[in-house]
Ligand binder design. Structure first.
Ligand SMILES: Cc1cc2nc3c(=O)[nH]c(=O)nc-3n(C[C@H](O)[C@H](O)[C@H](O)COP(=O)(O)OP(=O)(O)OC[C@H]3O[C@@H](n4cnc5c(N)ncnc54)[C@H](O)[C@@H]3O)c2cc1C
Length: 670
């Protein structure tokens, strides 16, 4: 299978829980007997590496096909030393991962399957056919369908998002004396250290003398071995387990993330599965039942049964609750114990389980929140709502400014628009390009700083020399790198890294702004000794160029119909009715620079104030030079515009290069 034309029907990347459950479903639907399968999985899966627990009603067990897998079940739930509560109509079940892997092995034994014990490195879509090509270090495999269960890659968390880890360290023990109630599992026992993070002990008794006891932490850093030993020893002493033997130890980490998952391929025969498809509930780490439901869903869509669209990014009210809880656990780890204790003291265990599996109504949710520390939850609910509004405000900003400019023009208050533009330029337009010195090397020595400045000025001078030698070539180069840079900022916002799309969007935006203002564009380029851009009558208007640019712009929105792109396009369309400099200014300052500024804030992990401080020396210099130009050109826009564009191009050439490497490094970090 090194390089061949062989095309497998189904390729599974990873053979963990998610893909195993899909294989089980496909087998149940007799989809494997004549199919060719390839399994790419570095691990042999011969060990019991995970303990899958979940709560379910009896009919779900049959529906999800779990009956043959369950190793133990519990009917009562315990919290701390409180009296156990029945969880009826649910039962809490345990499946050992080895039982699942063994069942899948026996299914695969009867199939036409090739195992590749390597890691998948890349997946590409063949543009001519619905075939995907997967590469591993030693193999290239073509596939009709791919199920990719590699771990997720998240976008860096924004202010309201959180990335915590649920880490645990457990011992399977056998005691000499009966110590456990084999019908009660302890979901959370908080009688352990709470000073570092929210921590509790989880107990799964398999008999009166045999149990799995796990120290669990919801926190930014995982539990380490020595600390876990110390805490478990103290817990065992506290509970007086007496003489016991440790049969085995197990540990694990489950990511608890409310961040957006990066999506690689988007085509009908590619399925992101498991944790990579956002199937782990961020606030609990439970996923197993959801994985089984997803397997049913995927198999239905393979059989053309048209189930509803699969959603990777969680939205809605339960995603909102998860964001609030995780933010509180991140910022106030010592309050986790109080929150969970309040929850289980005031709300029936069954209702809590129903809530955790997102089956409660909104009214029931409110009753549950009434049991929690209200001020704390209200505070973070408000913060989350504000953060979402701010995020949308970024998208709405250029549209609002365009409307204000149009209104000012209508009311004869043109000066107001120019003042807003000048303020925007000073506050964000120039500063967003004045932080380049820290972008790729945060701490520079004096020599490195001097070399950086020299290199930066040299690149600007090269651009200036090109303008002097041939203004036309200068203009073309300026337009080309600006197009790339504008497209890159817009698509970085949407985490899209397709170079063709990036460039196309940049071309569409810039050519639209210029082509819909041809007389003004020509006036500026004529002032730079460049001949006018030829234009002819279009189908509906007097300008073919402007009509084509509208079409190209709208095409980019249809290809990637994202909210931010739709809003910026709406503001660009309004720009048709504004003077060229204002139309360009709205896009450059209130869309491009705002996006860039936010990417810098996130990527460099700085506050607005820190960014302004860093940018101040270079911003002030640039503003000084612009004022000088304004003075030299007699305070006229027409005289100022050509000089402004040349200056902007010399300044932006090194900036675009720096930002390109910055975006590249963020992309690799994700
Ligand atoms: C220790 C642990 C205990 C858990 N317990 C519970 C629980 O009790 N209840 C519950 O509901 N959820 C639980 N979860 C959460 C969730 O159910 C599991 O994480 C589940 O295993 C997710 O399934 P998956 O297929 O996405 O990942 P996995 O089961 O981890 O499978 C992914 C597979 O992909 C392979 N792989 C990774 N990279 C590559 C690559 N580049 N190429 C090829 N193969 C690759 C890995 O080797 C692995 O076998 C637990 C998670 C952990 C980590």
């Amino acid at each position: 299978m090194h390089e061949s034309n062989y095309i497998a029907d189904y390729v599974f990347i990873g053979l963990g829980a998610a893909n195993s459950l899909i294989i089980k479903q496909m087998h149940a639907h007799d989809m494997l007997s004549t199919a060719s399968l390839v399994i790419i999985e570095p691990d042999e899966k011969l060990l019991n590496d995970k303990t899958f627990c979940f709560w379910a009603q009896d009919e779900e067990i049959t529906e999800l096909g779990f009956a043959s897998l369950i190793n133990h079940s519990w009917e009562r739930l315990g919290i701390n030393e409180d009296a156990p509560q029945p969880v009826w109509p649910y039962t809490y079940h345990h499946i050992s991962s080895l039982t699942l892997y063994d069942e899948i092995r026996s299914i695969l034994f009867t199939c036409n399957v090739v195992f590749i014990r390597e890691r998948a490195e890349s997946i590409e879509k063949n543009p001519d056919a619905c075939i995907l090509t997967i590469r591993t270090p030693n193999h290239t495999i073509n596939a009709k369908h791919v199920f990719d269960s590699r771990p997720p890659r998240w976008n860096p968390p924004s202010t309201h998002e959180t990335l915590l880890l649920q880490s645990f360290f457990g011992r399977r023990i056998r005691t000499e004396e009966p110590q456990f109630d084999s019908n009660t599992f302890t979901m959370m026992d908080f009688s352990v250290d709470q000073s570092i993070a929210t921590q509790f002990v989880y107990v799964l008794p398999f008999s009166s003398t045999h149990a799995l006891i796990e120290l669990t932490r919801f926190g930014a850093s995982p539990i380490n071995y020595e600390y876990a030993q110390e805490q478990l020893n103290a817990y065992f002493k506290l509970k007086q387990f007496g003489n016991h033997t440790i049969e085995s130890e197990e540990q694990g980490i489950i990511p608890m993330s409310t961040c957006a998952i990066k999506q690689d391929q988007q085509c009908d025969n590619f399925f992101r599965t498991g944790s990579g498809a956002g199937r782990i509930k961020p606030s609990t780490g439970y996923a197993f039942k959801e994985l089984a439901r997803d397997a049913i869903h995927i198999v239905k869509s393979l059989n053309n049964e048209n189930p509803p669209k699969r959603i990777i990014q969680r939205t809605g009210r339960f995603a909102f609750y998860d964001r609030i809880l995780l933010k509180i656990l991140e910022l106030h780890p010592h309050r986790g114990k109080e929150i969970f204790e309040d929850l289980f003291h005031h709300v029936r265990g069954t209702r809590v389980l129903q809530f955790l599996e997102e089956k409660t109504s909104f009214i029931e949710d409110i009753a549950i929140f009434m049991a929690l520390p209200k001020v704390l939850f209200m505070k973070y609910a408000m913060k989350d709502i504000c953060a979402n509004l701010t995020r949308n405000a970024i998208g709405l900003l250029p549209l609002s400014i365009s409307l204000i400019f149009l209104l000012s023009e209508y009311l004869g208050l043109d000066l107001l628009s120019w003042i807003i533009l000048a303020i925007g330029m000073i506050v964000i337009g120039i500063p967003h390009g004045a932080i380049d010195h820290v972008l790729n090397i945060p701490e520079r020595s004096r020599t490195s700083f001097a070399l950086f400045i020299l290199g930066y000025v040299a690149k600007g001078m090269i651009m200036f020399a090109i303008w002097i030698m041939s203004p036309l070539i200068g203009l073309i180069i300026f337009l080309l790198y600006s197009m790339w840079h504008f497209g890159q900022a817009e698509y970085e916002q949407e985490s899209v890294h397709n170079k063709g799309l990036i460039f196309m969007r940049g071309v569409a935006v810039l050519s639209f702004i210029l082509a819909t203002h041809i007389p003004e564009t020509n006036a500026i380029i004529n002032a730079l000794s460049i001949p006018s851009i030829p234009d002819s009558a279009g189908l509906l208007t007097s300008s073919l160029l402007s009509e084509s640019s509208v079409l190209l712009l709208l095409m980019t929105v249809f290809i990637q119909p994202r909210k931010s792109m739709i809003l910026s396009t709406a503001s660009l369309l309004l720009g048709i009715f504004l003077p060229l400099l204002q139309a360009f200014g709205v896009y450059f300052v209130f869309h491009h620079s705002v996006l860039g500024w936010n990417h810098l804030k996130k990527g460099l992990q700085k506050t607005h104030m820190q960014l302004w401080q860093l940018s101040a020396p270079f911003s002030i210099t640039a503003i000084g030079i612009l004022l000088l130009f304004f003075f030299i050109t007699g305070y006229t826009i027409t005289g100022f515009a050509p000089l402004f564009f040349i200056f902007l191009s010399c300044l932006s050439f090194p900036h675009v290069l720096e930002m390109h490497s910055f975006y590249g490094s963020i992309f690799k970090r994700k």
